[in-house]
Design a protein around this ligand. Structure first.
Ligand code: HEM
Length: 220
């Protein structure tokens, strides 16, 4: 267990808003650099890439909240919704940058790209799957959907896998950065699979070994 100083409850909501503000800074700064001609090379591509990378970072951060709590006992659950929504905003901005700046709204070219280039098809699938998650990221939907909400939000793993795959397929040679995201997403999915037995064992260890009654005593 890692013991971090607890944030007083009165700052919880402010810290979530601060996360939204900080999380949107890279997009704002990237846009400013692009608009003032300070992005190197092809500024449109650079901006598009920056948005795609931050989308992937926020997807990974969203999925990391549960293992961080399970393994280290640090409860950052209150930031999960903001991280997930930031991931959605970045994917949306990435898509808009592609549509408006890269393809200058050439709809036939965009549709051909989505249909013919597998890495774009996978990216698009990621965006489409993110929409229901973003729409249902509110307390009302959680109450209304009950356990179906959890089932629906497991899609976040598929989306992160699609994002990491899309990133790897967008380059000619898969390098350390692509491997890093593929590895992180693989570990997060693996954690989901071993989580239940791990938590059961951890609970048993905390409660001490289960004492078995001697057979004759139990029978009598
Ligand atoms: C879950 C959704 C998505 C994620 C996480 C994501 C992430 C990324 C990342 C990390 C990159 C590479 C950035 C770099 O090289 O530094 C990238 C590139 C790209 N993505 Fe996405 N993306 C997503 C969805 C989409 C969608 C919906 C489209 C368009 C339909 C799209 C189009 C592109 C394009 C055109 C590139 C650039 C490829 C090039 O270098 O020419 N992406 N994306």
């Amino acid at each position: 267990m890692v013991h971090l100083p607890a944030l007083p409850k009165r700052y919880h909501s402010a810290s979530v808003w601060a996360l939204y503000g900080l999380g949107l800074l890279p997009a704002g700064y990237g846009f400013y650099l692009g608009a003032t001609g300070q992005l190197p090379g092809n500024p449109v591509k650079e901006f598009e890439h920056l948005l795609g990378l931050w989308a992937l970072r926020f997807l990974v951060a969203t999925l990391a909240i549960t293992p961080i709590r399970d393994i280290f006992g640090i409860n950052w659950l209150r930031y999960r919704r903001a991280l997930g929504l930031l991931a959605f905003y970045y994917v949306l901005m990435h898509f808009l940058a592609y549509m408006l700046l890269d393809q200058v709204l050439n709809i036939p070219a965009i549709l051909t790209d989505i249909g013919r280039r597998p890495f774009i098809t996978i990216g698009m699938a990621g965006l489409v799957m993110l929409i229901p998650l973003a729409i249902t990221s509110n307390n009302w939907s959680i109450r209304r959907l009950g356990t179906r909400w959890n089932t629906l939000h497991r899609l976040a793993y598929v989306i992160a896998a699609a994002g990491a795959l899309h990133f790897s397929m967008s380059v000619k040679v898969v390098g350390p950065e692509q491997m890093l995201y593929l590895g992180l997403v693989a570990m997060l999915i693996a954690w989901r699979l071993v989580r239940k037995p791990y938590l059961r064992r951890k609970r048993q260890a905390a409660n001490g070994p289960v004492r078995r009654q001697p057979i004759e005593k139990a029978a009598g």
